[in-house]
Design a protein around this ligand. Structure first.
Ligand code: AGP
Length: 604
């Protein structure tokens, strides 16, 4: 997820509007940033790796008084965060500049085609194919026509802005999935990835829809569809303040990040399944590497560790390859037994967790193959691994990890399906089922009734127990961490069958128990465990596959639609996250920045 901004006015200087707009969008990405201005004298660009402050130091090198420009703040997906990979990107002649948010899925093919036609690329991003394609289609002279033609060649989910020095009074914008909004000013117009980019200047806006193209000048906005037919998008007035706009209107980043998961899952899976097969290169591995390793050692911390527990269950059940999962802070000092038949896998949202990094370095010292799953391109974990897969979840601002966790599970699911295929245990039904997850995720979000009431009840309790079997126990581990770290309630997770070996002594009248029930094979066993705790007075919250009968002895019933139980974890995670979130809200806690915690623990 990146932030894009555009400004086109009559006489005003575009630069301050664009830079301030980027400041508002910095939460969307902060690997690198850049600004391009268009005038008859040409395209002037300043861009740099690093946060927006680094770009701020270069702005005096840009000419003032130019009223047309675009800006970008990057969250890297393809190509490390470097100066060359920073946006904006230009064509060979430097007459066209573009900024882009999203993923051009077929960029390699287009890049090869354009290089064969003599185009010279400066970066290794997917984005740079856009300005060269516009150049190829005569964009310097006819930017609008070139954009329309280029649009027919691009595949993926994206939004982009384009400007030309030969036509510096307009910005051409395209939206295909990734958000793009037009701010309507007086003798000037604005564009942004969300309202916060221009809310300080205007509250009147038009939201572009998928497939829209807009030509924006200081006095006009013309929106058309792919065929070039004029479309009228309603003009709305935004009544958010800036902070609300940065959070997409949600009260906290954590809720925004929970709610955007189905769309983020779509980004994470984009291009990784083709013709109902998982593409190994799209998760950073080759067939040889997949075939080479007979066992996997996962190292991670916190929520990433819980994702690893899910990964273990999936890989062992689907591919019958033994997987060990260790908390990184333990593994690094446990004199682990590693050999060349082992793949050591690090899972880390930030890619900077000290304990996890130490495990990677330990593995490399022993000559063991290292693979990482991370959300942060160019992170230390990514750079120090032999192979890496990105979760493509976009920046996760809230300290409590949500969309990073579920996208880690998606990448682990893709890996499990690839390993299964190599072992002659292909499951095309599950590959197909993965493509349904974004749809089912939206259905879960729409279908959870009464979660705030359930959370208000939970907020008044103490000592919460989470129980489940198999994948549901791994989910219970994540559920208890979520509620602990943001609502400060004490919580523990237990294998449902383990309660009777001691912990059951703590169950008495009114003790809250959250039971997770998606695993069909052990459903009756878990139900008997629920009856055990009910018999001792527990109050039970149940996150349950909706196909199970509602007659279950559950006080707070949260049915969820599930396709295959092996693909259920990301769906069952949503109510666990929401229960924790609303419990913390009910208790008046600081949801996004909980006490004592940091987003990335870069020390031991
Ligand atoms: C998750 O909600 C926590 N904030 C924390 O456990 C986190 O998952 C852990 O610190 C690992 O971080 P990483 O994924 O960036 O390595």
């Amino acid at each position: 997820m990146c932030g894009i901004v555009g400004f086109v006015g009559e006489k005003e200087d575009a630069l301050p509007f664009i830079f301030n707009g980027l400041k508002r969008l910095e939460y969307r990405g902060y690997d690198s940033a850049g600004i391009a201005l268009a005038s008859k004298s040409g395209i002037a660009i300043q861009k740099t790796q690093g946060k927006l402050a680094a770009l701020g130091e270069l702005l005096e090198a840009l000419p003032s008084g130019i009223p047309c420009g675009i800006g970008h703040t990057r969250w890297a997906t393809h190509g490390r965060p470097t100066n060359e990979n920073a946006h904006p990107h230009t064509d060979c002649q430097g007459e066209i500049a573009t900024v882009h948010n999203g993923i051009i899925e077929n960029f390699q093919t287009l890049r090869e085609e354009l290089i064969a036609k003599g185009h010279r690329f400066q970066s290794d991003t997917d984005t740079e194919v856009i300005p060269h394609l516009l150049e190829e289609y005569g964009g310097a002279e006819d930017l609008v026509g070139a954009v329309r033609q280029a649009e027919t060649r691009l595949q993926g989910a994206y939004a982009f802005l384009a400007i030309s020095s030969r036509d510096p009074e307009r910005i051409v914008a395209v939206r295909r999935t990734s958000p793009l909004i037009i701010g309507l000013g007086t003798n000037a117009n604005y564009l942004g990835s969300d309202f916060s980019a221009f809310l300080a200047a205007t509250k009147r806006a038009q939201i572009l829809e998928n497939g829209d193209m807009a030509v924006v000048t200081p006095h006009s906005v013309v929106i058309t569809d792919k065929a070039g037919s004029r479309i009228d998008r309603p003009v709305i007035t935004v009544d958010w303040d800036i902070k609300q706009a940065e959070r997409g209107g949600y009260p906290h980043f954590m809720l925004k990040e929970i709610m955007e998961q189905p769309d983020v899952w779509g980004d994470c899976l984009l291009g990784r399944i083709r013709d109902n097969e998982v593409v190994p290169q799209e998760i950073g591995l080759t067939w040889d590497q997949l075939a080479e390793y007979q066992r996997i050692q996962i190292v991670a911390a916190g929520t990433a560790y819980h994702a690893g527990l899910i990964g273990k269950a999936l890989i062992e059940r689907l591919a019958r390859i033994p997987v060990n999962v260790d908390v990184a802070s333990e593994f690094r000092y446990a004199s682990p037994i590693l050999d060349r038949g082992t793949m050591v896998m690090a899972i880390s949202q930030s890619g900077e967790t000290a304990d996890t990094l130490a495990c990677l370095r330990l593995a490399r010292e022993q000559g063991v193959f290292t693979y990482s799953i991370t959300n942060t391109v160019g992170s230390t974990v990514a750079r120090e691994s032999d192979a890496v897969a990105y979760t493509l979840a976009g920046p996760e601002i809230a300290v409590a990890s949500t969309k990073a966790y579920t996208t880690q599970i998606l990448v682990l699911s893709l890996l499990a399906l690839l390993l299964a295929r190599i072992k002659g245990r292909a499951r095309p039904d599950l590959v197909q089922g993965m493509l349904q997850l974004p749809f089912l995720g939206h259905k879960v979000l729409k279908g959870i009734d009464g979660i705030t009431t359930m959370a208000e009840r939970m907020a008044g309790t103490h000592d919460v127990f989470y129980i489940g079997r198999g994948l549901d126990y791994a989910l219970a581990m994540e559920g208890q961490l979520k509620i602990k770290e943001i609502s400060y309630l004490h919580a523990e997770a237990y294998p449902a069958g383990e309660l009777k070996h001691g912990t059951l002594a703590l169950i008495k009248e009114g003790v809250p128990v959250v039971a997770i029930l998606t695993e069909h094979d052990v459903w009756e066993k878990t139900v008997s465990n629920i009856l055990e705790v009910k018999a001792r007075g527990a109050e039970v919250w149940g996150i349950v596959d909706e196909r199970f009968p509602a007659t279950l002895p559950i006080d707070h019933y949260i049915p969820i639609p599930i396709g295959d139980t092996l693909l259920a974890p990301v769906l069952a995670a949503i109510p666990l996250q929401l229960l924790a979130y609303y419990t913390a809200v009910a208790r008046g806690e600081d949801v996004d920045q909980p006490r004592n915690l940091a987003k990335s623990v870069t020390v031991e």
